[in-house]
Design a protein. Structure first.
Length: 126
């Protein structure tokens, strides 16, 4: 029962849904997520930990960074929930802005402090 509660808790926040949208197809580190979401790294890190406890994220350590991506095991369920509730989420403008900011941030990855993931970069995307 605790797994179910942790999973439901992880999905019960707008910011965590935004994080899941961002890491659905691209592995990102906390500093990249913080830049994209325009939030302090400590806040993003707290949200990421809740998502990890809900078993929603795969992770990869690369040097001193940890990259996160939507769990392959949970992907079908999360995508089905997103599709089912997409009209009631009222996040479309925010998610579109996040996607634009992510594209801009990822274009700078090679010149930033973040080296980028190795394994999760090649994981299958939906």
């Amino acid at each position: 029962m605790n797994d179910l509660v942790a999973f439901a808790h992880a999905l019960a926040d707008t910011t965590r849904w935004r994080v899941l949208e961002l890491v659905a197809d691209e592995a990102l580190c906390v500093c990249e997520l913080a830049d994209i979401l325009d939030m302090p790294q400590s806040s993003v890190s707290s949200h990421v930990q809740v998502l990890r406890k809900g078993d929603l994220l795969d992770s990869e350590r690369c040097e001193k960074w940890v990259y996160y991506r939507l769990s392959e095991e949970r992907r079908p369920l999360v995508l089905a929930l997103r599709q089912h509730f997409e009209h009631s989420l009222d996040l479309n403008a925010t998610l579109s802005r996040d996607a634009r900011r992510a594209k801009t941030r990822l274009a700078k990855r090679e010149k930033s402090c973040c080296p980028g993931p190795k394994v999760l970069a090649h994981a299958s995307a939906a």
